[in-house]
Design a protein. Structure first.
Length: 253
């Protein structure tokens, strides 16, 4: 079966515990015995940013899967030559790992992650990453309300103006009036131009179509910060890949 490697953790002397996102079974964990020594069964396959053809041993109830073998189908290791593309791929991988439940297949999310890897071969794109985040949230049932106030339902531009916020606790954008009354501690400013950017990214026909969405740097930054507040509220902990992206931004990448 096809699988994407989400995480690899060394175990004992030569084993590896792999977290995998499979097309047929969803997210699983499996023990690859002697994976750090065996080239015949796992050579070149158990690497991050890799699509693999996976063979699993029959599992006893309540036990971890055992990986019998794996062969690489498509590697995206070349993304490491572009630090921004690699950072975006690493973040997307971590996001899927943290937002998905075990053993709940989602072919659409599997294909979305694979599509992002492929698109990143042409370079990183911030609007494309926003589109990926929004589609991921939609597929796992966590899409924030963006086209109207999550509290009162107001949808006119006057209400959703420069004083609107995106509030994780309320599940979406709050208009000027509701933000003044209900704003939670995790809320972030979402000016109208930034909200329109997220709506455009959400409605893009594909990640490729989202690549060239135009936005002023200030609007893009506000959209990023607001959406990340929602994502981190659902994940419940910091994401290591975001620290890497922040360092790249600090270097002007």
């Amino acid at each position: 079966m096809n699988a994407i490697v989400l995480r690899l953790v060394p175990y004992r002397e030569a084993d590896v515990i792999a977290t995998l996102f499979t097309r047929d079974l969803g997210k699983i964990s499996g023990l690859a015995r002697a994976a750090r020594k065996s080239r015949r069964r796992f050579g070149g396959a158990l690497g991050l940013l890799t699509l693999i053809d996976l063979e699993l041993a029959e599992r006893r109830r309540g036990q971890m899967y055992t990986l019998r073998g794996a062969q690489p189908v498509e590697s995206f290791a070349e993304l490491a030559t572009d630090m921004a593309a690699y950072a975006h791929a690493s973040y997307a991988t971590e996001l899927v790992r943290e937002l998905t439940a075990d053993e709940q297949p989602d072919e659409s999310l599997f294909d979305l992650l694979l599509a992002l890897y492929r698109e990143l071969r042409a370079g990183a794109s911030v609007p494309m990453l926003r589109a990926f985040e929004l589609e991921t949230l939609a597929l796992v049932g966590l899409m924030p309300v963006l086209d109207q106030c999550a509290a009162c339902g107001a949808s006119d531009d006057d209400a959703l103006d420069e004083h609107a916020v995106l509030d994780p606790a309320k599940g979406g954008v709050l208009c000027r009036a509701c933000a003044g009354r209900f704003r939670g501690p995790g809320a972030r400013a979402l000016p109208s131009v930034s909200r329109r950017l997220l709506l455009e990214a959400r409605s893009a026909a594909s990640l490729r179509a989202a690549r060239d969405i135009q936005a002023a740097p200030e609007a893009a930054a506000a959209a990023r910060d607001a959406l990340l507040a929602v994502i981190l509220a659902h994940v419940g902990k910091p994401l290591r890949s975001l620290e890497f992206i922040s360092k790249l931004r600090g270097r002007g990448s």
